[in-house]
Ligand binder design. Structure first.
Ligand SMILES: Cc1ncc(COP(=O)(O)O)c(C=O)c1O
Length: 405
């Protein structure tokens, strides 16, 4: 068999990183995968779901559906009863009413919501505004579809609230992008924008013709009792915003592969068309877990926020004590994105050394855009004792690099 990869797959290999990193994205990632791990192996690119398991009724609901109570062949956009429950729960969360039949789709993970939305609207040559840094797949999916990424720096000075550079955002919007796409809370940094700033972003977008995908996977995982503003709820935004949500992280349900997208009916229909040729539907039995999601897990989420916040603070103290390392206090998500501009090392050097010497798998900063240079991302949702030991090993590795002169 002769296999000729499609051009879009070749773009997915991230050849553009060659210029700055001497290797393409895939090559860098493979190098990291091939690196044998040191003792006490711990993958801190995601949460420990044994320490932080799903809410207990998730398995009950799944089992009931799988034992005959749930349809196997649901409509592509999801079981009608579940969509109705989800519409009610998500409407309460966002403060906006969504029609379960027209404006809600259940997807195989939040990821498939992002993919099907992009597949439904992006043509080669289109322009898409993406914060830098942003979620690992934002930049690469836009490139995959042959569109041009217009980056906007995420600015987060010490002691200040994080924000998108509004001047750059306006300049990029003046180039008539089809779409603005961003995660909020931001992955990898955990940045949560103030409601005032969400409004400023919305006003800039409203002056353009751009549509928006806001990925709010972590919007229930917000710390310090900070308010969280939903972009779609800003007057005028609802008609041009797709909001993606899901129980994968806050509720540890990533293994169930379910997500939700709410937005304009026309787009939801096109996304369903994409699902019709890609996955058909979200896993049918797992869909049923969503009927109780948000409605019945408020206490569970509050407890989780408390436990995660303690882990975040413990991590901050440990990281800020390392010479050459700096980090902002994540306002949401379970990630921290330490920088090491004070060390003589590249993203790849640090990620390789952490794996080799400390058994720790982290996400190197280049995975999140050019603004991720000299950073690495860690997920602090780990068993407390295991995490305390991991932070000690992390420190030893970082201290082994010479400080920049
Ligand atoms: C911002 C963001 N969006 C989407 C996803 C994908 O989530 P899911 O497991 O629901 O597909 C992730 C996973 O890490 C994420 O961080």
């Amino acid at each position: 068999m002769i296999f000729n990869p499609a051009d879009r797959i070749l773009r997915l290999a991230g050849p553009h990183l060659q210029a700055t990193h001497g290797k393409g994205l895939r090559e860098l990632e493979r190098e990291l995968e091939r690196q044998p791990a040191g003792p006490d192996f711990l993958d801190i690119t995601y949460a420990d779901t044994h320490r932080f398991p799903p809410v207990d009724w998730a398995i009950e609901e799944f089992s009931k559906a799988a034992s005959g109570a749930g349809m196997t062949y649901t409509p592509y956009r999801g079981d009608a009863g579940v969509r109705s429950a989800v519409a009610g729960n998500v409407s309460g969360l966002l403060g906006l009413e969504f029609d379960p039949d027209r404006e809600v789709i259940l997807t195989p993970g939040t990821q498939a919501g992002l993919y099907s939305a992009l597949a439904a609207m992006i043509n080669p040559g289109d322009k898409v505004v993406v914060p830098d840094p942003d979620y690992i797949t934002s930049d690469r999916s836009v490139r995959y579809f042959g569109a041009e990424v217009l980056p906007v720096p995420l600015v987060w000075e010490a002691g200040q609230a994080p924000r998108l550079d509004l001047d750059v955002l306006r300049a990029q919007l003046a180039k008539q992008p089809k779409l603005v796409m961003f995660s909020h809370p931001n992955n990898p940094t955990g940045a949560v924008f103030t409601p005032e700033h969400v409004n400023e972003i919305a006003q800039a977008i409203l002056e353009s013709d751009a549509f928006v995908i806001v990925d709010q996977l972590y919007c229930r995982l917000v710390y310090d009792k900070a308010p969280f503003a939903h972009l779609a709820a800003v007057p005028g935004m609802r008609e041009r915003t797709l909001t993606t949500l899901g129980p994968s992280k806050t509720e540890s349900l990533s293994g169930y592969r379910i997500g939700v997208a709410v937005g304009p009916a026309d787009l939801i229909t096109r996304m369903e068309d994409v699902m019709g040729i890609a996955s058909l539907r979200a896993p049918a039995y797992a869909q049923h877990v969503l009927a109780r999601w948000i409605k019945d897990d408020e206490d569970y989420v509050q407890q989780r926020i408390g436990e995660y916040q303690a882990l975040r603070d413990q991590s901050m103290t440990a990281l800020l004590d390392i010479p050459g390392v700096d980090v902002r206090r994540s306002g949401g998500s379970a990630y921290l994105f330490p920088s090491f501009s004070g060390l003589q090392a590249s993203d790849q050097d640090v990620a390789l050394a952490l794996k080799r010497e400390a058994g720790l798998v982290v996400n190197p900063g280049y995975q999140f855009g050019a603004g991720g240079t000299k950073h690495f991302r860690i997920c602090f949702a780990q068993d407390e004792q295991v995490w305390a030991a991991a932070l000690v090993r992390m420190r030893a590795v970082l201290e082994s690099f010479p400080t920049a002169v």
